[in-house]
Structures are given as C-alpha cells and as structure tokens.
Design a protein around this ligand. Sequence first.
Ligand SMILES: Cc1cc2nc3c(=O)[nH]c(=O)nc-3n(C[C@H](O)[C@H](O)[C@H](O)COP(=O)(O)OP(=O)(O)OC[C@H]3O[C@@H](n4cnc5c(N)ncnc54)[C@H](O)[C@@H]3O)c2cc1C
Length: 492
Amino acid sequence: MKKIIIIGGGIAGLSAGIFAQKAGFDSVIIEQHAIIGGECTGWDRKGFHIDGCIHWLTGTNPETDLYKLWVETGALENTEVYQPDFFSIVEHEGQTIWLHRDLDKTKNHLLEISPDDHEQIEELMNYTERFFSFQIPCRKPFDLMNISDKIKLGMSMKSVGPVMKDLGKITIGEYVERFNHPVIKEALKSGVVETYSAYILPFTLATFISGNGGRPIGGSKAMAQRMEDKYLNLGGNAEMRWEVTEILIEEGIAKGVLLADGSKVYGDYIVPACDAHITLQKLLKGKYTDKKFEEKYANQKAYPLFSCIYASFGVDADLSAYPADFAFQTIPFSFEDGRKDQISIKHYCYEPSFAPKGKSILIAYNHANYDWWKEKRNNMDDYKAEKVRLANDIIERMETRFPELKGKIALLDMATPVTYERYCGAYRGAWMSFGITPEGKNLNHDGRIKGIKNLYMAGQWLMPSGGLPTALVTGKWAIQRICHAEKINTFA
Ligand SMILES: Cc1cc2nc3c(=O)[nH]c(=O)nc-3n(C[C@H](O)[C@H](O)[C@H](O)COP(=O)(O)OP(=O)(O)OC[C@H]3O[C@@H](n4cnc5c(N)ncnc54)[C@H](O)[C@@H]3O)c2cc1C
C-alpha cells in the first residue's frame, strides 16, 4: 500500500486524508498544532465559545455537488444548518437597508427605498437569479477533465458566462456607483470586498438567497472535528504537534519530510496542504520557482489579500431579539492610520452552547491592514495597548447604539492579521486566497511544482478567494491526481 504524507490538518489536509483513505492509500496528516482544523476553528474564553471562522459556508444547499462533498467528508453529515434570514442589515445615515434571503422581499424593499434605482435593482436581481444554478466545479480537477466534462462545465456556465464577462471588467465599488441611493450603495458593499470583480456581488447574493451559504450548527471547530472523526474512522493517522521543517527531495522526487525534532518520515507522495508560501519558501527552501505564485505575490493590486480584526465580546444579556448580522454607523474612531465610522457585528444566539444562559457572544470584525499590525507588534506593549484601545472604542460605540447594553459588554479576545500569520502560518495573515479582480488572471493552480515529482499541493491557495470550499475541493483533487498517476480509477 503506497503512503501519502499530508502536511497540515486544515480542511484541505483533512479532505486529502479522507480521500486518500477512501482510495486505498495509507496516509498520515502531520499538523503542527494540538488541534485539527487550521483556520476553521474556534476557542473557549471565560465560559464563552468564540467561533473563529464560518460566517457562511458555501455548499449548504442539499441540491449542490458541494453539499454532497461536505456530507461525504463528514463536515455536514447529520448536521443541521442555520440559514440566517438576512445577508446583511445596514444602518447608515439614519436609514436601514436589509438584504433578505427572499429575493422578492429584497427587491421590493430596495424599490421602496429608492424607486429611482428601479432599473439597477431589476438588473442586479436578474444577475443574482442567474447565479442560482451556478455550481463551483468540484467533481474533477480541470487538468483531469475530458472533452465531455469540459462541455458539461461550459453548459453549466451558460447563464452566468455573459454576466461574468460584463461585470468581470469592473469592480464592485465601480458597479455600485450605478445606483443613485447612497445607503443602497453602502449596503451592497457591506459583506463583500469593493475591489473584487463586480460579478462577485450577484454570485454572493445568489449563494445566500438559494440557501447555499448557511452555517453548520455547532460551528467551525465542531465541523473540523467531524472531518477528523471521519478520517480516523477510515483508518487515517493524524499526528499532532509535529512541525514539518523541510520536504525531502531526492533526484527530483519528493520522498519524505523532516520534522522540527530532527526525525524524518518517508512516503510515496507528499501533499503539502499548508499555506503555499510556507511550502515554497520554508519547506522547499525557495529552491523551486513557481511563476504563477510569484506573479501573484508581486502584484497586490491585481491579486489582493485581506485579513481582519476579529474582536470577541461577552455580553451579559440575551441578544436573540437583535439582528444576528448588523452593520451600523457610529461617531468616527481611530482605526490603524485612519478613522472608521462603521461597525459590523454578529451574534450567535442560535447556538445556545456558545454562551452561558442569559448571556451572548458578540463579534465585531473588519478588514485590517497586515503591514500596520505587523509593525505594531514589533513592540509587544504597544500592540497589546492598541488592541485594548480599539476594543474600548468599539464597546463605547456599541453602548451608544444600544444604550440598554451599557456596562454589560466585556472584551474576551481580539485576533489581528498577525494572529492569523502566527497561528496558522497564513501568508500576510490572509483569511482567504487571492481575490478575483478585473486585472487578475490564472487564479487556478494545478498543485504541481515544476521539477518535483510525487508532490501535489492542496489548500485554499490553489484557487481564487473562496475559503472553505476551495480547501475541501483541492484536498480531494490532490488525491485524484495521485490516483491518476497510479492509474487507479478515480472517484467522480
Ligand atoms: C476569521 C476568518 C473567517 C473566515 N470565514 C470564512 C467563511 O465564513 N467561509 C469560508 O468559506 N471561509 C472562511 N474563512 C477562510 C477559511 O477558514 C480558509 O479558507 C480555510 O480554512 C483554509 O483551509 P486550508 O486547509 O487551505 O488552510 P489552513 O486552514 O491554513 O490549514 C493549514 C494547516 O497547516 C498547518 N501547518 C502549517 N505549516 C505547517 C508545518 N510546517 N507543519 C505542520 N503543519 C503545518 C497549519 O497549522 C494549519 O492547521 C475564514 C477565515 C478566517 C481566518
């Protein structure tokens, strides 16, 4: 039985492990931390559970191929999914705009707010509807598709192709300028990234509205643990607290890995399922150039990366009656080198185990600048003081917006881009891979590194920004490529 060594126990590593076992290989997942899951995680503080990841999980609609894959890997097996009613509720300039899960409700609401935007609203809803039938391809990697697979893929893109072509030339920020109403503009930008290609907006709305972007009950950590259980039940072997420091290459063939304690583990195939930058620069010592990655690392405008501030608060009140996702305007407060006047918050009252009875967990989050926080952390005292200062400003603004919560909100924890870099090894603290922009090209990577045989990368960095589904799919695809090399009949 041939052996596959998988580096990293995030969702990509777990997916690779599960499919390696299913295909009859002997496999081991090597993870540097004590718990599995990578960025798909959660942690406990003072009686509260902080979910550190899933805001929405693409693939929660049972009609989709992705859902079937989540079930097959244990992630959504026997798992209820919470489908929020609202994609977002945005309060701005004294008006409230909500984007509901019901397309007609959203459309009528927007028309009522701004009859002048009639044409733009109709167009956006039409684009959104077109994306309902769009599915992220997950059966086979593109490089293993035959003509008939490619024709099927082309057919499935028929309704969205023209939208992607048109809106692929401009950014979301430029697209929303077509609307007249200032608060609608603001609401449409919330929850998405302004510099991304404009078709990401109807795509995201469609994912949510078609019930394909819910949250698994139990949260992110529990989902990763279900995948770990699936892997172990299939006979897999997960080694925790083992850090890989080098991939061993002999005469152009990947043979094994060197661990931080100096020991070596040998196998027939290596699947690095950790951050791609770690694989290329640390584990392969920068000896192998990969043009696709180099181009992306060098051009941040065309291939933007985003990280975040993730501030968690324990609230001594039950917030069930409040909207679960809410963005509101406040008096400005200092944020990095500038000022901010908008705060996005979410609570998890649909998860009773996340907070003691009668209390709630509240998360405030925002895009954050990696370089700024990295520099701040050069002086640990300054870094800690800044986190407390920012948390206090946010608490004060939340108490102003909800006076009944005065004195009841306490900081539990704050993660910054540097936290994600330190904990997960995420390149520039990024929470997802390279964004899709009008200038960006070739965002898919086949996981092979020129000059190395028997090595197939997996992980979110092989596809454009898409989070967990991309990790899941690329883990499976790495094993399909190995099956292809071994002439084993691969699973569809
Ligand atoms: C705050 C936040 C919110 C998010 N929200 C969403 C969301 O709502 N929806 C969504 O789809 N996605 C979301 N994401 C993105 C999602 O979490 C990631 O896309 C996904 O988890 C990446 O999985 P991965 O397996 O590719 O990589 P990772 O999760 O980074 O896993 C890589 C693993 O490799 C390990 N590793 C690294 N180096 C080594 C080494 N040398 N030796 C051994 N092990 C090593 C790491 O410890 C880690 O466990 C969010 C991310 C963050 C941070």
